[in-house]
Design a protein around this ligand. Structure first.
Ligand code: THU
Length: 130
């Protein structure tokens, strides 16, 4: 994980729209093209309409014409590890293989790196529909 990824996630986290949970999350995905795409969580007064940070970052990547994820970083505060939620694991899976590293960070440091395969074993993906 490079420091640029970390810094972008921290900036994104600071911009989260999270007036309901007050839980700010920043995410950065690195495309196979080497570019970095940041996102933050965007909550909504109609609660289920809120978006996770990973969802926003993936949207930015797809908008840029990239559809392969090389690396992911998720950042959140608190004692527990802020890993991607179940829905976001599947959203990442759409564009990533099992070996893709996912860096779990606090705003201060890298806490742990896991792979997508560890977070979402035996997953269903685009290959199943080919
Ligand atoms: N959240 C994310 O943005 N990403 C995750 O991986 C976990 C949860 C957000 C959703 C919601 O806005 C807030 O954190 C509390 O669940």
């Amino acid at each position: 994980m490079d420091s640029q990824m970390f810094d972008l996630a921290r900036d994104a986290m600071a911009k989260a729209h999270a007036p309901y949970s007050r839980f700010h999350v920043g995410a950065v995905v690195k495309g196979a093209n080497g570019r970095l795409y940041a996102g933050c969580n965007v909550e909504n007064a109609a609660y289920p309409q809120g978006n996770c940070a990973e969802t926003s970052a993936i949207s930015a990547m797809v908008l840029d014409g990239e559809t392969r994820i090389a690396e992911v970083l998720v950042m959140g505060a608190g004692e527990g590890l802020v890993t991607p939620c179940g829905g976001c694991r599947q959203r990442i899976r759409e564009f990533a293989t099992d070996d893709v590293p996912i860096h779990i960070c606090s705003p201060d440091e890298l806490r742990r790196t896991v792979t997508l395969g560890e977070l979402l074993p035996l997953s269903f993906g685009p290959e199943n529909l080919r």
